[in-house]
Structure formats: C-alpha cells, structure tokens
Design a protein around this ligand. Structure first.
Ligand SMILES: C[S@@+](CC[C@H](N)C(=O)[O-])C[C@H]1O[C@@H](n2cnc3c(N)ncnc32)[C@H](O)[C@@H]1O
Length: 444
C-alpha cells in the first residue's frame, strides 16, 4: 500500500498554485465551529491547570501597505482615532481575560506582538499598551517578549523604546535585499530603510535579533537570491527565518490569478526549495546551526530557545488578543471574531470576542504536537510516550517507513529526524499524519 497523497498535493505539483498552506495548527481551522463555544466557556470559568505555561499574543493589524503575498488580517487605511479605539479594545479584552478563573493570577511566560506591523504604532502608543498589559498580568516570570517590525516604520527612538519596554526578541521583516523585488511584491520598505535601522538595532543589543526572508518572491533570480544571502550573512543577525513563498487563497496575488489576471511569474516549488537549501547551507558555513525547518540560529545563541514557538508547539495555553487572533486553553482551540466592527462591539459589551472553537481529544493533541515538532526537524519518542502514553513510531510506523523510503526522514526507537530534503518541504508531509476525517479537508 502506498501513502495517500498529502492534502496539499504540493510535493508532486511543481508549479506554485493558489491554495498552498503553511501548517500552523491542527486539527485544520475548517473544523473549528461556533458549536464548540459552550465547551470553551466552561473551561474559561474553571480553575484549569494553573501550572501550564501561559503566553499572550497581541495582534496589531495595521500596515503601511498590504504586501501582495500577505494572508494575514491587516488594515492599511485606519486613522489615528480608529487605532486609539482598537488599542482601548485590546486592553479591555485583556481585562476580561484577567477576570476569567482559568487565566486569573497566572504569570505570563511569553508575550508576542505580531501583525500586521506592531512597529507601525508610535512610541507613546506602545508605552501605553505595554504598561496597560503589565498592570493586568504578571510579567515577573516572563522569559521572552517578541516583537515584529517592518523596517520603514522604525525610528531611532522607537528602537530604543522597544529595548526599554523589555523586548527580548526583535524580528525584522526584510524579506529580500533587492529594491525592485521589494517594490514589485508590494512591500512598503526599501533597502535604504533596512540599512538605516540596522545600526540602531545592533546598538540597542536585543538578546535575539531575527531577520525574515522569503525565497521565491516575484522577480527572484538565482543571482539576486545569492546576493540577498551574502547581505544577510554580512548583517549577521542572531537568527534568520526563511519562508518559501506561499499563495494561500486570500492574497492579492491569489485573487489576480483567480481573476485570470496572472501576469506574474512564480518560481516553482523545486526552485524555491533549492534557494531555501542554498541559504541554509551558506548560513551553516557562516556559523549558524538549525533551529527548525525555517530558522537558522548563530552557534553562540543556540542555547537560547525561541520560547513562543517551543511553548506553543508543546501545547502551552495562549490568550490571543486582537481581531481574528488564535488562542488555546485547556485543550480547546479558538479564534476571535474577524470583523473589525463585531470584534470591537463585543468587547465593548464586556464579553470576549469569540468566533469559533474546537474541543480537541487527547489523540488530536498528540497529532498536533507531533506534526508541529516535525517542523523542528527532530523528535524524541520518549517525550510523546511520557506525555500522551502513545508512541509515534508505533502509531505512524507505516507512514514513517514510506517517508523514509522517499528520503524525507530517518527514525529508530528513540527519535525521528528529517533529512534536508524532508525539511525543505515539511509542510507537504504533515497531512500524512492527520486523522482520517481531516485528510483532504480544506485547511482554513
Ligand atoms: C505576519 S508577517 C509580518 C511582517 C511585518 N509586518 C513586516 O512588514 O515585516 C510575518 C512574516 O510572514 C512571512 N510571510 C508573509 N506572507 C507570506 C507568504 N505568502 N509566503 C511566505 N511567507 C510569508 C514574511 O516573512 C513576514 O515577515
């Protein structure tokens, strides 16, 4: 018997087509529904597991411009009053969380400001927001405060204010070091803006400085990509995250393709994987080691974990605040309302802005953590046996053997390890491990 095709089918489709996915959770979002909200409300009112790790995600949905490849919930035309209303809404949402028995009095282990563009906010707005959050939850045991930035929105005072506010991991969305590529793909920033902010970031000396790149932006060539890698190595961030260009349904590019207006050339998957691999290998030569399928970290920072990622991929509780944010508590996944008006009106009534949820089984959680940890490139069997009483090598023996035959991974009784070939297309391999009802299901 051979393995069924992965749900995305992407490992065999060479062209980049609309509908590809970056697997960020399990079971697929399409299975989440309002019918599970009563179960969530029960958990929110219970004492829950007070010792489980807890994090806070804050969604800042504002951007200067919408990138043509962006699939996140973002707004580009909000005025300062609307931003003020949103910030007040965020704090009110966190207030409501602070009154829920399941979260009340629990210390935060990690805070993540994502977007959109958190660095779009002014220094004054950031100071108000962070001090408001600190008043509502205990930050004393915080291990990490991550913050996403777009180069053109940073000023010197803002960079130092971020350091002062306690940001420990600053992530810069560089994406590429070629101006023509940046502008053709709808990025708001230009390379002179990257060059301007780098000395401030270096000088502020954040414990972790991450730089994001995308392999396969429209207009990319092998020569230009090689220059982007040269420049990245010169900049020498603590870590480099490389995504391969995805075309989920809700991007500007995807709509143009669906409308038959697809004049752009998208690199195919094998080219993107080759570029991605080249970057990883060059970074390795420059003294970086692997931290996940997407991230390389400088050898000397290897011991410094990426708390947000590792805690989430191991099943931590997280309050996701802001429009359309995702959360998890006590085995229940849920998502906030994704319309601006409904989100704010619900908070105004003193309620959590809940849209849909999914109550997971022990097996769902086992599969979720298994597939997310596959993205780390290495899994330890004992961790799963201790935590879930299930052995992944036994449960997935057939799937793992088939993937081993195709050189995607190796395994024995103790661990599973992805090969470079497996790492470069890990998202296409994961649906093989989905439970039957979710195989072939729409992802979002
Ligand atoms: C939520 S975005 C925020 C970026 C931030 N607003 C900025 O402008 O730098 C985080 C990262 O996701 C990646 N990303 C966004 N859309 C993508 C796509 N379609 N394919 C691959 N990576 C993508 C980019 O590398 C980006 O830096």
């Amino acid at each position: 018997m051979t393995l069924p095709e992965p749900a995305t089918g992407r490992s065999d489709i060479v062209e980049t087509e609309v509908g590809s996915v970056f697997v960020s959770n399990y079971p697929p979002y399409s299975a989440w529904s309002p019918s599970h909200l009563p179960a969530l409300k029960k958990v929110l009112a219970s004492a829950g597991d007070q010792n489980a790790d807890l994090g806070l995600y804050v969604h800042i949905p504002f951007c200067r411009k919408r990138c043509k490849f962006c699939y996140f919930k973002v707004y580009t035309g909000k005025n300062s009053n609307e931003i003020k209303t949103y910030m007040a809404g965020l704090l009110k949402e966190v207030d409501t969380y602070a009154s829920k028995p399941v979260f009340k009095d629990r210390p935060l282990r990690f805070v993540y400001f994502g977007g959109g563009t958190p660095s779009y906010l002014s220094v004054a707005q950031l100071r108000d927001l962070v001090s408001g959050l600190r008043k509502r939850f205990d930050w004393e045991q915080l291990e990490e405060f991550s913050f996403e930035c777009e180069p053109g929105t940073l000023t010197k005072p803002k960079v130092y204010a971020l350091k002062d506010l306690g940001v420990t991991r600053l992530s810069l969305g560089v994406e590429n070091f070629d101006d023509e590529i940046l502008s053709n793909n709808g990025r708001a920033h230009v390379t002179t803006e990257i060059d301007r902010v780098l000395p401030w970031i270096k000088d502020a000396d954040f414990p972790m400085f991450n730089l994001d790149l995308i392999a396969g932006m429209v207009g990319e060539t092998s020569e230009k990509w090689s220059k982007t890698i040269d420049r990245t190595i010169e900049v020498a961030p603590d870590s480099v995250t490389i995504y391969q260009m995805e075309l989920p349904f809700n991007t500007v590019y995807s709509s143009a393709i669906r409308d038959g207006d697809d004049h752009e050339h998208f690199a195919n998957w094998s080219t993107k994987r080759r570029w991605n691999q080249e970057a990883m290998e060059r970074l390795e030569e420059a003294g970086y080691v692997r931290s996940s399928a997407y991230t390389m970290v400088k050898m000397e920072k290897k011991g410094r974990p990426f708390v947000y990622r590792d805690a989430l991929w191991r099943g931590a509780d997280m309050m996701g605040t802001g429009v359309a944010s995702f959360s998890h508590v006590g085995g229940i996944h849920y998502q906030n309302l994704s319309s601006w008006g409904e989100y704010l009106e619900t908070i105004d009534r003193g309620e959590l802005p809940l849209q849909r949820a999914l109550e997971t089984s022990n097996e769902d959680r086992f599969i979720r953590q298994f597939i997310l940890q596959m993205k780390l490139g290495e899994l330890h069997v004992a961790h799963f046996v201790d935590k879930f009483g299930m052995n992944p090598v036994k449960k997935f023996e057939h799937e793992l053997s088939q993937l081993r035959e195709r050189d995607f991974l190796t395994f024995d009784d103790e661990r599973i390890q992805l090969t470079m070939k497996g790492l470069m297309q890990v998202d296409t391999l994961l649906p093989n491990f989905y439970d039957a009802p979710y195989k072939g299901a729409r992802y979002t």
